[in-house]
Design a protein around this ligand. Structure first.
Ligand code: ZN
Length: 230
């Protein structure tokens, strides 16, 4: 509970005083979610098992060291609601708080051991200007506040925006993301273990597209952490 109090205090100045899920007024000791909704967080606990459904999405496709997703993203569920509040309603403090909370919860599992950089999946600069923030970067900042691992936004970048993937099939989605990311400052990568951060893991095609240019560098290890998984 000491840890929860610490992260609550960290964001005390910013968070809205109603529950992000049920909109009830929060008690003084609650942050973002009321106790009842907080206890309903649909946690996967995948980080306790190396071979988990998030890891399996990359199996046989790209050499991922570790992969996990913290919440289930079910249609109409709490996981989806929280992601949408961050992404489309611009609640960046909720994103930072969730990042910090999941990092604290996962810390003793050793998932972050040996990770050198947190790299959020980049948005296209045009999209980021439009949205005003990158939701993956916000989550990564929350994780960094607890783990002390630096967030690197000067390595991976998006070369082109891709069209909405929501109506495409698996193969089309994969083709659609091929070659959209690249790396700069590649001298920062050799012998490093990078943890890619994204909001939602679906097919894994976007994260795979991020990994392709990174894996061209020598002796790089890549792991994946997303806030939620469909
Ligand atoms: Zn609530």
């Amino acid at each position: 509970m000491q840890f929860l109090t610490a992260i609550k205090n960290l964001f005390f100045l910013f968070y809205p005083r109603v529950c992000a899920n049920c909109s009830q007024s929060l008690m003084e000791e609650e942050a973002f979610l009321c106790l009842s909704c907080f206890q309903k967080l649909p946690k996967t606990n995948y980080h306790h098992c190396a071979d988990n459904p998030a890891f399996d999405r990359f199996l046989g496709k790209v050499p991922v060291c570790k992969a996990t997703a913290y919440l289930y993203y079910n249609k109409g569920g709490l996981g989806q609601k929280l992601v949408e509040k961050i992404k489309y309603r611009g609640n960046i403090y909720l994103g930072k708080w969730l990042g910090a909370y999941l990092a604290g919860d996962m810390l003793s599992s050793g998932f972050f051991d040996d990770v050198d950089y947190l790299i959020p999946v980049p948005l296209h600069p045009h999209k980021q200007r439009q949205r005003g923030f990158n939701q993956s970067e916000v989550i990564a900042q929350g994780i960094a506040s607890v783990t002390g691992i630096p967030v690197k936004t000067n390595i991976l970048y998006r070369r082109k925006a891709n069209v909405s993937q929501t109506r495409k099939g698996v193969y089309e989605r994969w083709k659609n993301t091929e070659g959209i990311f690249d790396v700069k400052n590649s001298d920062l990568l050799p012998n490093k273990h990078v943890l890619l951060i994204d909001d939602v893991l679906t097919t894994g095609a976007t994260l795979e597209a991020c990994m392709q240019p990174v894996l061209k560098e020598k002796k790089v290890q890549i792991s994946v952490l997303t806030l939620a998984i469909t």
